[in-house]
Design a protein around this ligand. Structure first.
Ligand code: AMP
Ligand code: GLY
Length: 423
């Protein structure tokens, strides 16, 4: 069978890797892919935003399944167009993708259905937003309504910070149209965790928990990034909490979507704050997380092609999904300057040696092949996953592989998993 995967990051490399292990021995095609993915899949030079180009390619080549990685094509309606043409698709349609594409849509859904989340207000008007911030006081959280490449959220420690965040979003338009509307949220205190779930329109099956590190520097300091490392499981997510999350969050969310006539198929990514009262929703994403995927999929024991097919065909309830007990942890190696501007084209060495290491997997995030050499091509460049009998060992294995990889200006966090190691 032929499977088309859309995307070019570490998440898509992990997706291709998991698909490639299937007993069904699929032929993988990835658009556009990267240098690591090219070892597992035929890469096709199509941009993820090129909806009509991808649909045209699919009509010509007739893949048996399309797995959509990133949020942008999902929010642009790629799944809708492919389903219209009769393809099996892993990834929600545009209406479902609003869970990530509009914070206001999600906030309304949560409040209307009594799903626990932070208190908030939504504003189109700068003066009204400012007045709300002043009455609520700090700390407070300002969120651009639309997609902002993971940078649209500002956690403000004081009112001045909140005022400038509002100005940046609403007046200076640093997030473009995505920040014309803002959601202003109560600051929640607690520990964060992510739970991703497979959803087939009718059934929700949570995956093993994970936790990523969003900040660029050790000690969770500095600006937010797409994620600098992750580990699975997140010890904070106990069995009791899992049950509560299923009952109070996942099930009512799916029911709410169904009531709206939305058939949600794909991954529902729940970002949680475990406050002292209850787990509360911080965000939903309509896709796998990056780098969470690189720690979650290596723990999946069930054939991933079967899982994707069951999701696309609404047959998840027929499938038993099993996970490896063995924990995983990953470390992201990024370009100098990331999450700000960064150079490209730096030669990467040591990849073979890292790949040969026991209990380590090297996923490519931003790489390309140039003159037969793998060179950097993104902010996040590689994501190295370690497996072990506990998180400490998984981290040691990840860092041992990171230690043999070199490229000029490489930066990575040295303290991934510090919270998990404490508990
Ligand atoms: P998001 O892009 O929605 O994942 O938000 C980015 C980060 O901002 C989250 O991972 C949290 O660390 C933080 N954050 C978002 N909303 C809140 C909130 N209501 N209270 C505290 N921190 C938050
Ligand atoms: N690692 C966070 C995300 O994928 O949204």
């Amino acid at each position: 069978m032929d499977i088309l995967v859309i995307g070019s990051g570490g998440r898509e490399h992990a997706i291709c890797w998991a698909l490639s292990k299937s007993k069904r021995q699929p032929k993988l095609i990835c658009a556009p892919g990267n240098a690591g993915i090219a070892e597992l899949a035929e890469c096709v030079d199509l941009k993820v935003e090129d909806i009509s180009g991808i649909v045209k390619w699919a009509k010509e080549h007739k893949p048996n399944l399309v797995v959509i990685g990133p949020e942008i094509p999902l929010c642009l309606g790629l799944a809708d167009e492919l389903i219209k043409e009769g393809f099996q698709v892993f990834g929600p349609t545009k209406d479902g993708a609003q869970l990530e594409g509009s914070k206001d849509f999600t906030k309304k859904l949560l409040l209307d259905n009594d799903i626990p989340t932070a208190k908030s207000g939504t504003f189109n008007d700068f003066e009204k937003a400012l007045a709300y911030v002043r009455t609520q006081g700090a700390p407070i959280v300002i969120k651009a309504d639309g997609l902002a490449a993971g940078k649209g959220v500002t956690v403000c420690e004081n009112i001045q910070q909140a005022e400038s965040a509002l100005e940046e979003a609403m007046k200076k338009k640093v997030f473009g149209d995505a920040g014309a509307k803002v959601v202003i949220e109560e600051f929640l205190e607690g520990e964060e965790a992510s739970i991703l779930a497979f959803v087939d329109g009718e059934t929700v099956v949570p995956m093993v928990s994970a936790q990523d590190h969003k900040r660029i520097f050790d000690g969770d300091k500095g600006p937010n990034t797409g994620g600098m490392g992750a580990y699975s499981p997140a010890p904070v997510v106990t069995d009791k909490l899992n049950e509560e999350i299923m009952r109070k969050i996942f099930v009512p969310t799916l029911e709410a979507l169904k009531k709206m006539g939305i058939v949600y198929k794909g991954v529902l990514y729940l970002g949680l704050m475990i406050t002292k009262d209850a787990p509360k929703v911080i965000e939903y994403n309509c896709r796998f997380g990056d780098p969470e995927t690189q720690v979650v999929l290596p723990r999946l024991k069930t054939d991933f092609v079967n899982v994707c097919m069951a999701v696309a065909q609404g047959k998840l309830s027929h499938l038993k999904i099993e996970w490896d007990e063995q924990p995983t942890a990953c470390v992201v190696m990024a370009s100098e300057g990331y999450p700000g501007s960064y150079p490209k084209g730096k030669v990467i060495t040591g990849l073979m040696e890292a790949q040969m290491k026991k209990n380590a997997l090297v996923f490519h995030s931003g790489t390309v092949l140039k003159d037969r050499q793998v060179v950097t091509a993104g902010g996040r460049v590689l994501c190295v996953t370690g497996l072990g009998s506990n998180i400490k060992e998984a981290l040691q294995n990840a860092y041992a592989a990171v230690g043999v990889i070199r490229f000029e200006g490489a930066q990575f966090r040295k303290d991934i998993g510090w919270r998990a190691l404490k508990s």
